[in-house]
Design a protein around this ligand. Structure first.
Ligand code: 13P
Length: 284
């Protein structure tokens, strides 16, 4: 199946009160783990690449392994560029075949955020590429984007409505109190804000900072309108722990393929669990 953009999968998720899992991949092995998990569960899925991962491997190398893996798949798969501030990199990914991109101009003043997000909409539309945009500032570290606690702020509900009406992104990420990375304490999610924004815009919402949230938080956010859930840190941990744990248990073996296999199993197990939790199983 060719790559799809996020439009139909997010519309169906919003309608069916479930969410599509969006997983940040790191390489071929992690991409394969995401696709196999989605295949096993007959679930739609979003493969996300951080800007840093794109720069590390190069867009054409990533595209070549994605094309290879997606070719035989029977479930809807989108390839999405996560948090990107750089319009040149966004243009490169659109050109290379990404089916979806995120413009993160949330650190800019409101009008500038809208204007840059609109610019990306204009770049993406002719190629049938979907666009996610963000408002507010999500605390934590995602790639090269560091937001300190004192700089984090929730999305303003009136600005959120104005943003959605004027920019019309395909997916909207308002800051609602979740965090990128590992939670230091109990997250304070602004459910009222989420509910208010969801009731005032038909645009599917994205829940960022998925790693470490409880089952209850996921379920509540999804029931209130989040149709996309982002998971990154969990995959980083599984990637390294899957590798290290195997080596520690077999420290004289030096069989790289077994280590890679163990890493794959750790990644896939977490992804399967998340897809179940978000209600995506059987929805492809
Ligand atoms: P975590 O790293 O907390 O899972 O957040 C992922 C995310 O929101 C990526 O945009």
């Amino acid at each position: 199946m060719p790559l799809e953009n996020m439009k139909a999968m997010l519309a169906a998720a919003k309608e069916g009160s479930y969410a599509v899992g969006a997983f940040n991949i790191l390489d071929y092995n992690s991409t394969k783990a995401v696709i196999e998990a989605a295949e096993d569960l007959t679930a739609p899925v979003i493969i996300q690449t951080s800007a840093k991962t794109v720069i590390f491997w190069g867009s054409s190398a990533i595209m070549s392994w994605i094309r290879e893996l997606v070719k035989a798949s029977k479930v809807p798969i989108a390839l999405h560029l996560d948090h990107c501030k750089d319009l040149t990199l966004i243009a490169e990914c659109i050109e290379a075949g990404w089916s979806s991109v995120m413009i993160d101009a949330s650190s800019r003043p409101f009008e500038e955020n809208m204007s840059l997000s609109k610019q990306v909409m204009e770049m993406a539309r002719p190629k049938d590429v979907t666009v996610e945009a963000e408002l507010g500032a999500i605390v934590g570290v995602e790639d090269d984007i560091h937001v300190k606690e004192q700089d984090a702020h929730l999305a303003d509900p009136e600005q959120a409505v104005q943003f959605c009406e004027q920019v019309k992104p395909d997916c909207f990420a308002p800051a609602i109190g979740t965090a990128h990375g590992v939670y230091k304490g109990e997250p304070k999610i602004a459910y009222d804000l989420l509910e208010e924004i969801a009731s005032k815009t038909p645009i599917p919402l994205a829940l960022h900072g998925g790693t470490g949230l409880t089952d209850e938080v996921f379920k509540k956010c999804i029931s209130l309108g989040c149709a996309k859930v982002n998971i990154s840190t969990q995959l980083k941990y599984a990637f390294i722990d899957g590798f290290v744990n195997y080596h520690n248990a077999h420290n004289t073996e030096y069989n790289p393929l077994k280590v890679i296999g163990s890493q794959f199993d750790a990644l896939k197990a977490g992804i399967v669990e998340n897809i179940h939790l978000f209600g995506g199983a059987g929805k492809a």
